[in-house]
Design a protein around this ligand. Structure first.
Ligand SMILES: Nc1ncnc2c1ncn2[C@@H]1O[C@H](COP(=O)(O)OP(=O)(O)OP(=O)(O)O)[C@@H](O)[C@H]1O
Length: 330
């Protein structure tokens, strides 16, 4: 099929521009948006590959092109050797996609939604029921299996949608923020289920997230997106190595920063400021000096809290020149 065994997804120079919206009564005109701007990526078999970036970076647009749902203006998408720009209808056989919305299944019970999806993916009735029972059990959904999705809480509904994505084993899972709204127990169940499929079947996963903590713990490689472009792509460890030994100092001021203290004003010049929170990336020595400054005298009186931490993907993101609003930290 022309694709080396290792590559499950290949995109080359994908471009998608949304046209400008005309002004209507009450709504202003919107400019043209280049949502993906030349994205070239390869995802290998068995990888959990993340797309990380703030709101509007182009992550959902990219995965909708990967899944054959949105035609790119130009560029190529190959999944397991199939050209999905020419043959988008083949996507359904190759991959399971969990989008951000679930409305199509909302009227069905959890149980029927999973079973129906498994049938649509080609399983015989008995096999579909078996797959349904296994995944409901795995995700601890049995207690709510008889309830329609529309009556569930946001987190429960999301978990039920993950169950449908997992039914009928596809070699590629494309999950757009699968754990949104879930409690920690449900999140753990999802990551364990994803991991099991990778271990048992070599399943490949493309995962959209703007949660940097999640990204660090579950992903093998991450493409960092900003304004439609991939600005870095590596393992979480590799990305963090980009910023060397620097540490991150976060300061939270009670009311306002005491910039009349010259040392504080100097720190402020290098800080990323978000309201009362300052974030600084410093060498370990500079961080020690900064902590000494803010824990003494008038600065300490104005300080609400501070944390000193080893770098996270968020720091990488900042160092690459990304915007951090919209990146979720917890
Ligand atoms: N149907 C559309 N028509 C016009 N513009 C769109 C459309 N869909 C998305 N956009 C714009 O394209 C850009 C990329 O959007 P996209 O949804 O791909 O980003 P995202 O990274 O998935 O964001 P989020 O984290 O908020 O889901 C944004 O500027 C968005 O406003």
């Amino acid at each position: 099929m022309g694709t080396p065994a290792q590559a499950v997804v290949r995109t080359s120079d994908l471009v998608k521009t949304y046209p400008p919206g005309r002004a209507r009564r009450g709504t202003p005109a919107t400019p043209e948006v280049r949502a993906t701007d030349g994205v070239t990526l390869t995802v290998r078999r068995g990888e959990v590959f993340g797309l990380l970036g703030p709101n509007g970076a182009g992550k959902s647009t990219l995965v909708r092109q990967l899944t054959g749902l949105l035609r790119p203006d130009s560029g190529g998408v190959e999944v397991l050797g199939h050209d999905l720009v020419r043959h988008p209808e083949r996507a359904a056989r190759l991959l399971a996609y969990l989008g951000q919305e679930s409305s199509a299944l909302d009227e069905l019970t959890v149980s029927l939604a999973v079973e129906t999806t498994a049938r649509l993916r080609g399983l015989e009735l008995r096999a579909a029921r078996h797959a349904r029972d296994a995944v409901l059990d795995e995700l601890e959904l049995c207690a709510i299996a008889g309830r329609p999705l529309r009556n569930l809480s946001g987190g429960q509904r999301r978990l039920a949608c993950v169950a449908t994505a997992l039914a009928g084993e596809r070699p590629l899972l494309v999950l757009d923020e699968p754990t949104t709204g879930m409690d920690p127990v449900a999140r753990r169940a999802v990551w364990a289920a994803v991991d099991r499929r990778r271990a048992d079947h070599g399943t490949t996963v493309v995962l959209v997230t703007h949660n940097v903590i999640e990204a660090e713990t579950v992903l093998d490689r991450v493409a960092v997106m900003d304004r439609g472009r991939v600005i870095a792509c590596d393992t979480p460890g590799g990305l963090k190595a980009l910023i060397g030994d620097d540490v991150r100092l976060e300061l939270v001021w009670r009311d306002r920063a005491p910039v009349e203290v010259p040392e504080v004003a100097a720190l402020g010049a290098d800080a990323a400021v978000a309201g009362r929170r300052w974030t600084l990336r410093l060498t370990p020595e500079a961080a020690r000096d900064a902590v000494a400054t803010v824990t003494a005298g008038p600065a300490f009186a104005a300080l609400d809290d501070f944390t000193l931490a080893t770098p996270s993907l968020e720091d990488v993101y900042l160092a690459l020149g990304g915007r951090t609003e919209g990146l979720v930290k917890t």
